[in-house]
Design a protein around this ligand. Structure first.
Ligand SMILES: [Zn+2]
Length: 276
């Protein structure tokens, strides 16, 4: 983290009384993992003496929510504010309190309660109405705030036992760090409060995510065919900027997407089954 980010995170852990005595300054990005049985206050913050919740403890880091549909619906809906504004406001009779909550949300879910909906080899045993009800637990407005949706199919035996190994995490981490550095340099001359692409406002996106003519026509047809919301439009451009940064490119160029990569259809209450 930058020194400023380290100070912000350390302050939150100090307020939560969770700063280890041998760590005066937290330098590692936090990774916060919440179980679906977590209380509302535990997740978003609150309590008699208001304390930061997991979303604030994940500030400038990653918040991982496994089994997303199992979480308390009220808590999930409250996530919409911090995902949008990067802060969480807790109301009390005595007044309101604001904690920072600028985290990267990573969430996982099964396609249905039995876990086999859409599996090519094993049949799903759930009633269709149950599958719909399960998927609808994640509301359209919340889905619209999640940048990338990826289906992760079962890994076949041959692949598990095959010789071919993927990239090591160290190589991927180096590529991410290089992309982050590229972003830091870009924002240093633009707006130093912005640290990474996710922090960009729509006004920043307009200036920093310019498309060439081919890119513009691709976006135009995507907007029409997929009926993307304005929020989804900005999200696509931010992700495009990040992909270009990972590729070490200053230009955002149209490319063929790998098949398993898909972007949700903003605002619709459905899980994307087929990638664009
Ligand atoms: Zn099922």
């Amino acid at each position: 983290m930058t020194l400023d980010e380290s100070l912000q995170v350390t302050r939150i852990y100090s307020v939560a009384d969770m700063l280890p005595s041998d760590t005066p300054l937290i330098r590692q990005r936090p990774f916060s993992r919440a179980h679906h049985t977590i209380s509302h206050a535990g997740l978003v913050g609150g309590g008699r003496v208001p304390r930061p919740g997991e979303i604030s403890l994940a500030h400038r880091g990653v918040l991982f929510l496994d089994e997303l549909p199992e979480f308390d619906q009220r808590s999930l809906e409250v996530l919409r504010q911090p995902l949008e504004d990067r802060i969480v406001t807790i109301s009390r009779a005595a007044g309101t309190l604001t904690f920072p909550a600028n985290f990267q949300l990573v969430a996982a879910m099964n396609p249905c309660p039995c876990g086999y909906y859409g599996d090519p080899t094993k049949e799903c045993t759930c009633a269709p109405s149950l599958v719909t009800r399960y998927q609808k637990r994640i509301s359209g407005p919340l889905l619209d705030r999640i940048d990338i949706h990826i289906e992760v199919p079962r890994v076949p035996y041959e692949k598990l036992t095959g010789e071919r190994l993927g990239e090591s995490s160290a190589i991927v981490a180096a590529r991410v760090e290089a992309a982050r550095e590229r972003q830091r340099k870009r924002f240093a001359s633009h707006d130093s409060r912005v640290v990474c692409n996710a922090d960009m406002t729509p006004a920043d996106v307009r200036v920093l995510c310019k498309l060439d003519a081919t890119g513009q026509s691709l976006m135009r047809s995507a907007m029409q065919q997929l009926q993307l919301s304005a929020r989804a439009f900005h999200r696509v451009l931010k992700i495009a900027r990040t992909i270009a940064d990972l590729a070490g490119s200053d230009e955002i160029a149209p490319r063929i997407w790998p098949r398993r990569f898909s972007i949700d259809r903003g605002g619709r209450n459905e899980m994307t089954q087929s990638p664009i």
